[in-house]
Design a protein around this ligand. Structure first.
Ligand code: NI
Length: 182
């Protein structure tokens, strides 16, 4: 296991369209080791998710998991998920705006509209086909992570930059009222 270096905005790897993974290679020790490292790196930096291009590997692999994450204390939990060559299809025209951050865009938060319900088609880490519908925060995280495979970051999806905040100011002015009471 290894903690991988996270690419920050400006690194060209974050703007490339990632290559699909060869299905016959999913069970190889190299791919399995890489998935383990991706998960370990996500956990180390308290990410809700991480996409392979964020660790300088331009391949279509994302991981996400939310369980008592200090970066997202009020978020509903999401089981550990590995998606390989994912395809995301909106199941509704309805979009919700909520706050997002990204390990590749450190220290910033912004409000991003995302579809509230999406179909996810992908392979899991055993090479089994996945086909399911995700809603709410899980749908948001899946859209955020899969965007990285298209060379997109959350800033590209914001319809206005007005909400863009540094984490310190976000804590003070967006969740400050809660903290003041304590
Ligand atoms: Ni991200």
């Amino acid at each position: 296991m290894a903690i991988l270096k996270v690419a920050r905005l400006g690194h060209p790897v974050l703007r490339k369209v990632a290559e699909p993974v060869a299905i016959e290679g999913i069970k190889s020790p190299q791919v399995q080791q890489f998935i383990d490292d991706l998960i370990e790196t996500m956990i180390e930096y308290d990410g809700a998710g991480l996409a392979a291009p964020q660790v300088h590997v331009s391949q279509q692999i994302v991981v996400f998991e939310v369980q008592g994450n200090p970066r997202y204390p009020d978020a509903e939990s999401i089981p550990l998920t590995v998606l390989i060559n994912p395809k995301i299809t909106p199941q509704t025209k309805e979009a919700d705006e909520d706050w997002e951050g990204c390990l590749s865009v450190p220290d910033l938060r912004g409000k991003v509209p995302r579809f509230t319900q999406v179909k996810i088609e992908a392979y899991d880490r055993q090479g089994k086909r996945l086909n399911y519908v995700a809603k709410g925060f899980e749908a948001r995280v899946a859209q955020h992570e899969c965007d990285h495979l298209l060379g997109k970051v959350f800033l590209d999806r914001m319809t206005s930059m007005e909400s863009l905040s540094f984490v310190k100011e976000f804590m003070r002015y967006q969740i400050g009222k809660q903290a003041e009471k304590e």
